[in-house]
Design a protein around this ligand. Sequence first.
Ligand code: NAD
Ligand code: ZN
Length: 251
Amino acid sequence: MRVGGSDPIREAARLLVDRRNAVALTGAGISVESGIPSFRGAQGMWGKYDPMEYATLHAFMKSPRKVWEMLSEMVSVCGGAAPNAAHKGLAALEEMGVVRAVITQNVDGLHQAAGSRRVIEYHGNMEELLCVYCWKRYTTRERWAPGAVPLCDCGEVLKPNVVLFGDPIPWLAQEQAEEEARSCGTLVVIGTSAQVSPACDIPRIAKESGAAVVEINPEETSLSRNVTDIHLQGSASEVLRLLMEELSRGG
Ligand code: NAD
Ligand code: ZN
């Protein structure tokens, strides 16, 4: 169901103010304007790398050096990216007391770089590497160099601390994300196609627990028709700018 009304931005701002305790759920789309391609869509990485060959735990265990072709590209793209106006807008909304947490599927660290303080990294991050044989951990900075495959002191290829298909969700992040979803007033879903499980359950958990769901995405997604209350169709930075303007006028 969608909330009717002539101005969806105004309706969304009102929801955020009236219901309080907003939580954001972000996906690759929020970082597109920072130059990091999403996985799906026209410029998406899946056009270049088949996820079954490059993004599964099975593929990593079988041929880690091949999977590092994709991972290396992600490390250099993420390492060279800066937060955009949408990341900064969410940090400002936290500062204003409107948003209380960001649950992100992204692994790029850009919410923290923008100043968001409560960030739940549902799929891990690219800043750390770990050895799946001896469990030693390293920072990516200390072990990775362009064109080389990072190795553990034990000689095995290191894996970034990100969730590949087949990896479990870090349990603390999953617990915290579900708790935020169950107790938020509004869930603002930004830049995710909501096709990756179990992250795609978070909007449904929020909805079933009584939260309103506001979606910010230029495209329709699997959530838009059945879960979303207000779909603000546009880029994350533009829509968040309009929302902040509306909130500063008094919501
Ligand atoms: P996705 O690639 O499946 O979908 C991206 C969504 O963003 C699409 O619905 C698209 O319409 C929307 N979008 C595109 N440009 C946008 C913009 N400017 N503003 C708002 N929305 C925009 O992304 P997903 O659902 O997050 O799933 C991909 C998975 O891959 C995630 O789990 C994530 O871990 C990983 N990933 C992470 C990064 C990153 O860390 N930046 C990048 C690529 C993939
Ligand atoms: Zn090791």
